[in-house]
Write a protein that binds this ligand. Structure first.
Ligand code: ADP
Ligand code: ADP
Length: 233
């Protein structure tokens, strides 16, 4: 069973008397343990698609099956539950709280889940180990480099053991060398059994993903996994 199954997804924004169809029938499936980069020119619909994948928004038409569950028409409360339990988010702006240590930042999502302090600390440490930052657990964001801060944010996204990790321009604020380090961390997370989907507009950064899906004007322009499948036929 794929983690993500999109079937003819359409999204139209309505503004007064005007409407704009931004996604024009996206069909895509992503298996467990894939590492996908979503690319495309500005305005091609990447953010709109990521918002749908992240259950922050629902499609106007079409079907989105996440881990076997149809989330296309779920009410907001149920979507929030899906977001909190099945999806980890990483942002371009790292969104860490400056007064908290790395471990405390990573543990934050577990507070809302009602997990005891002892278990929160333990799980935060496990997540920090996954991004190679166990030795920085007591540091605050202003004591860390940009790359380290983004790795803390990735650890925070992983702490609930989500089945899907979504990242919107996660390297947008990082220099090339640090961006590559972050892409390699995502690669390790994927290798450990997670599914990673990220948006980037940098070709040389996207190369670190295992599959590149390109959008243009709300359609899939190319999908290099499909290219490999076609060559195999
Ligand atoms: P990308 O992330 O590839 O730049 P977006 O998904 O952000 O593309 O936007 C695609 C198109 O949809 C753009 O023309 C944008 O102006 C429009 N758009 C995005 N969000 C909204 C919205 N909430 N309301 C109206 N139009 C929107
Ligand atoms: P709840 O309704 O349960 O409070 P939220 O809407 O606050 O849920 O967000 C749930 C998850 O979605 C969080 O992990 C949060 O990081 C993520 N999230 C919230 N807003 C955005 C956004 N604009 N873009 C991407 N992810 C977001």
């Amino acid at each position: 069973q794929p983690v993500i199954e999109l079937n003819e997804i359409r999204k139209t924004y309505f503004m007064g008397h005007n409407s704009l169809e931004v996604l024009k029938g996206i069909t895509l499936s992503i298996q467990r343990n894939e590492y996908v980069a979503l690319m495309g020119p500005s305005g091609s619909g990447k953010s709109t698609l990521m918002n749908i994948l992240g259950c922050l928004d629902t499609p106007t038409a079409g079907q989105y099956i996440l881990n076997g569950k149809d989330v296309s028409k779920m009410p907001d409360d149920d979507l929030a539950e899906v977001r909190n339990t099945e999806i980890g988010f990483v942002f371009q702006q790292f969104n860490l709280l400056p007064r908290l240590t790395a471990a405390e930042n990573v543990a934050l999502p577990l507070i809302y889940a009602g997990i005891s302090k002892k278990d929160r600390t333990e799980r935060a440490m496990v997540a920090l180990q996954k991004v190679g930052l166990a030795d920085r657990s007591h540091h605050k964001p202003n004591e860390m480099s940009g790359g380290q801060i983004q790795r803390v944010a990735i650890a925070r996204a992983l702490v609930n053991n989500p089945s899907l990790l979504l990242a919107d321009e996660p390297t947008g604020n990082l220099d090339t060398k640090t961006s590559i380090e972050v892409m390699e961390i995502f690669g390790q997370i994927q290798a450990a059994g997670n599914t990673v989907v990220l948006v980037t507009h940098e070709e040389d950064i996207a190369e670190y993903a295992k599959r590149i899906v390109r959008l243009r004007d709300g359609n899939i322009e190319s999908d290099n996994l499909k290219a490999i499948e076609i060559m195999a036929k």
